[in-house]
Design a protein around this ligand. Structure first.
Ligand code: GDG
Length: 508
């Protein structure tokens, strides 16, 4: 029998194409948890990765560049899908990042529902699907990733591709009252039902998705017993079965753990502690690491730190807050505005509280080398991971994996996917509650060592047991498992009839 291959489809390839000053194109290897997890399985199954190499080009890929691109990865193939400047603007910055991203994170006011964005999103998804179609054979398993590519599965079905197709959403799925505002809600939801398996990070996203299906899609049926729990549910629609599951993504725990033990990392973490302006033996380091994004709650966190300093002057000169912001999507106005807001708040706090021997906030706006980031994780006493909404948040997991002396505290937003796993051992906060977050900082600073160690041990155990490889296996097992005998019989299913009022709105 022919061995099935795996095809990964994501907006970005695990490599970066860059133009040098003398006009040559250079290829750099990509990094990150997804690449690490996917590489062994891609190699083992002679797989292919389809995606955009992050380089804008007006024409399609020149075939002479393919060997150069292929050289950046070994053991599997890469198939680039090129984007031109119009597609970058309308598909990537437009529909993906000015409609789905804000909508799915609940920032409805930031959505720009332009029909030309929708047209470009459809066209680019078709382009991705075509590349997949040209490279897939029938028993292959196709795994599409994330919100930029929701329509790829439906498009492949139009090409009569009847090979199993899975989809994983890396961001939250919103509740019905948010999702319903999207002019293309029916098209997006119907397209999701063309996949054979859909994975979410949290039970909340799974419930929201099923809630939307019940309201918006006619004739879908779902297993009543499992619809709202963490197990894999089956949804029946158009004589097909669609599996829906909860698979919280994670990190390569061992990689972070081993790097944290590195002697250079140890030295660097000591330097970070000793070089913080005004550092004394008892100075506590607080850390925030985020991509520049309004979902990450950076201004709210800075306001909470300001409130903390106002309420607890005895901590002046005894705390130092390092906030790293990694540049991202600055072409979009909302992101450029956010940068200014953050910088204004940092200036305000330092202006109010700094002395000639103490700087309360150290702000960095750049990308750091992986080992520098790990040194920061090791150096800090408290990690502030307080997004307003986040699919999972890998910073929380990386911080725990690197906290090898188990004395750190994780302050975590209730609205990060990670809170579903860490609610017992992290200090949970509502990031909109500035006063409450300031109190949480105070509580973390005063937490007895024994309690800190116990909580951190539990957190690390959790990340270690459910690492990125666990995530990958769980998803693939749920996708390929034939005998789901524990699944209920048809009479245990309830119909997902649309709400009458909504039905008339949606279908008239
Ligand atoms: C989406 C969802 C979900 C950050 N700064 C540097 C750096 N990083 C790396 C971290 C971490 C990653 O970036 C950020 O991961 P997040 O999970 O926080 O964030 P998103 O980019 O928003 O990702 C999110 C994720 O998808 C996975 O499903 O968790 O909810 O929004 O790995 O280490 N890496 C280096 N230098 C930096 O300066 N080297």
């Amino acid at each position: 029998m022919k061995k099935s291959h795996i095809i990964i489809v994501s907006n970005r390839l695990p490599l970066i194409l860059k133009k040098t000053e003398d006009g040559k194109i250079e290829v750099e290897k990509g990094a990150g948890g997804l690449v690490t997890a996917m590489a062994p399985i891609l190699k083992n199954r002679n797989g292919t990765w389809v995606g955009w190499p992050g380089y804008v080009q007006e024409s399609d890929m020149d075939d002479t560049m393919l060997p150069e691109i292929q050289k950046a990865v070994s053991g599997y193939s890469v198939k680039p899908v090129m984007l031109n400047s119009d597609e970058l603007k309308k598909f990537y910055e437009g529909f993906s990042n000015s409609i789905i991203w804000p909508l799915f994170h609940g920032f409805i006011g930031k959505c720009l529902f332009l029909p030309e964005y929708w047209a470009s999103y459809q066209a680019v998804n078709k382009k991705f699907a075509l590349t997949v179609y040209q490279n897939a054979d029938d028993p292959d398993f196709i795994w599409v990733h994330d919100y930029q590519l929701i329509l790829v599965g439906a498009q492949l079905q139009k090409f009569h591709k009847r090979t199993p197709i899975g989809f994983f959403l890396h961001i939250p799925f919103p509740p019905i009252d948010t999702f319903i505002r999207c002019p293309w809600r029916f098209e997006l939801l119907s397209a999701m039902l063309e996949y054979d398996i859909i994975g979410f990070h949290t039970i909340l996203s799974k419930r929201n998705f099923i809630g939307c299906i019940k309201k918006i899609i006619q004739d879908a049926q779902i297993d009543a017993k499992k619809a709202f729990d963490e197990t894999v549910s089956e949804l029946r629609f158009n004589n097909r079965v669609i599996r829906i599951g909860v698979f919280p993504i994670s990190i390569d725990y061992n990689e972070f753990f081993l790097h944290a033990w590195d002697s250079d990392v140890y030295k660097r973490s000591k330097e970070i502690r000793n070089n913080a302006p005004g550092t004394k033996l008892d100075t506590k380091i607080l850390l925030g690491v985020d991509r520049l994004d309004y979902t990450k709650g950076i201004p709210e966190r800075l306001k909470a730190f300001k409130r903390f300093l106002t309420r607890f002057p005895k901590f002046h000169k005894k705390v130092h807050f390092i906030q790293l912001v990694v540049p991202s999507r600055r072409e979009i106005t909302a992101y450029a505005d956010l940068k200014l807001k953050i910088e204004q708040l940092v200036g305000e706090i330092n202006g109010l509280f700094s002395t000639n021997d103490w700087l309360p906030v150290q702000y960095m706006f750049r990308n750091l080398e992986r080992n520098e980031l790990i040194s920061l994780y090791r150096a800090c006493d408290i990690a502030l991971v307080t997004p307003l909404k986040d699919g999972m948040n890998l910073i929380a997991k990386e911080y725990c994996a690197c906290n090898i002396d188990e004395k750190g505290v994780l302050i975590l937003s209730e609205f990060a996917g990670a809170a579903h796993q860490f609610y017992q051992d992290a200090v949970l906060v509502n990031p909109y509650d500035i006063e409450g977050t300031a109190s949480a900082i105070y509580m973390a600073l005063n937490m007895p060592l024994e309690e800190k160690s116990q909580r951190m041990r539990n957190l690390r155990e959790n990340v270690k047991n459910k690492d990125i490889f666990w995530w990958l296996n769980s998803f693939l097992n749920a996708a390929i498992e034939k005998d789901l005998s524990s699944f209920p019989q048809v009479d245990e299913y309830f119909p997902c009839k649309p709400d009458f009022e909504l039905q008339s709105m949606v279908f008239l």
